[in-house]
Design a protein around this ligand. Structure first.
Ligand code: BG6
Length: 279
């Protein structure tokens, strides 16, 4: 079943239920903010203090960072992580493939508003397949007459039992930019988190594997060779107005990305798809 829902303040989302899983996707930002396989705990972390308001990104789920990841390269006043997560997308298709699989396609195209922030005409499609596995595919198309550069991320927040129980496999011996210390480093062994972590890994192994007590999650990417790992830890978390002070203990962001050297140049008419499958 696919239902179109609206909060009292007009914030719209889709509620999806099939024999395998439940999910919720906001039209603002094409933002998936809930996914849960039947009989399992929710996969995605969602802040109890998140805003569900026009123009504010939801804290949790899978925000879409696009067409730039992080701070804009030259214009520091432009919004962090681009604008796609803050704009209203159009629902193109909502389809039940069968009783066990639902496919949602949302679209964002360039507008006067987007052209003021980024001078390129584009079409962006997000296809989400909700089933026993979760598949998210983001297709960027350059509809302009000039080449554009896109850096992006499917900024997945995963719910974990406790951050102390977690390790990430697949980053071993890869180079990363450490945004906390502004240094380039090499990952030694599997990653565990015991402090603020904000890193962009390059040329990662595929899939990445998140181990959490008895649960193992595979994150398989296509169209991507970089990944971002983020946990704000104690001080940063306490300073965020949309996260509870202890929020950092039960989340970890592992973001399927096209960041730094993995940014993509799209010639006129060219398209690129970034995909993540969670299983
Ligand atoms: C991560 C970045 O992807 O997102 C961090 O690497 C950033 O530097 C985090 O703090 C959250 O960003 P925002 O804009 O959603 O608060």
């Amino acid at each position: 079943m696919i239902e179109q829902k609206k909060l009292k303040n007009g914030f719209e989302y889709l509620k999806i239920n099939n024999k395998n899983a439940h999910a919720k996707i906001a039209l603002q930002g094409a933002h998936l903010f809930h996914y849960q396989r039947l009989g399992h705990a929710p996969l995605l972390w969602l802040s109890g203090k998140s805003f569900f308001e026009a123009g504010k990104a939801i804290r949790g789920g899978v925000p879409i960072c696009w067409p730039w990841f992080g701070r804009h390269k030259t214009e520091k006043n432009l919004p962090q992580h681009g604008f796609a997560r803050n704009l209203l997308w159009k629902l193109l298709e909502a389809r039940e493939n069968d009783a066990c699989s639902t496919e949602i396609t949302l679209q964002l195209t360039s507008s006067e508003e987007s052209l003021q922030l980024w001078p390129h005409r584009f079409e962006l499609l997000l296809q989400v397949t909700v089933s026993e596995t979760l598949c998210i595919a983001l297709t960027s198309k350059n509809c302009d007459k000039k080449t554009c550069e896109i850096s992006s991320a499917l900024h997945s927040y995963f719910a974990v039992t406790n951050i102390d129980n977690v390790s990430v496999e697949g980053l071993e011996n890869t180079l990363y930019f450490d945004a906390v210390t502004n240094e380039s480093k090499t990952q030694k062994g599997p990653l565990s988190i015991a402090e603020e972590v904000d890193r962009i890994y390059q040329k990662i192994h595929n899939p990445l594997i998140l181990h959490d007590q008895t649960r193992t999650l595979h994150i398989a990417a296509t169209g991507s060779s970089s990944a971002v790992v983020w946990n704000p830890w104690i001080t940063k978390c306490a300073n965020m107005n949309d996260m509870q002070d202890i929020g950092y203990q039960t989340m970890l962001c592992i973001e399927t990305a096209n960041a730094l050297e993995d940014a993509r140049q799209l010639a006129p008419g060219e398209e690129h798809t970034l995909t993540a499958v969670f299983s």
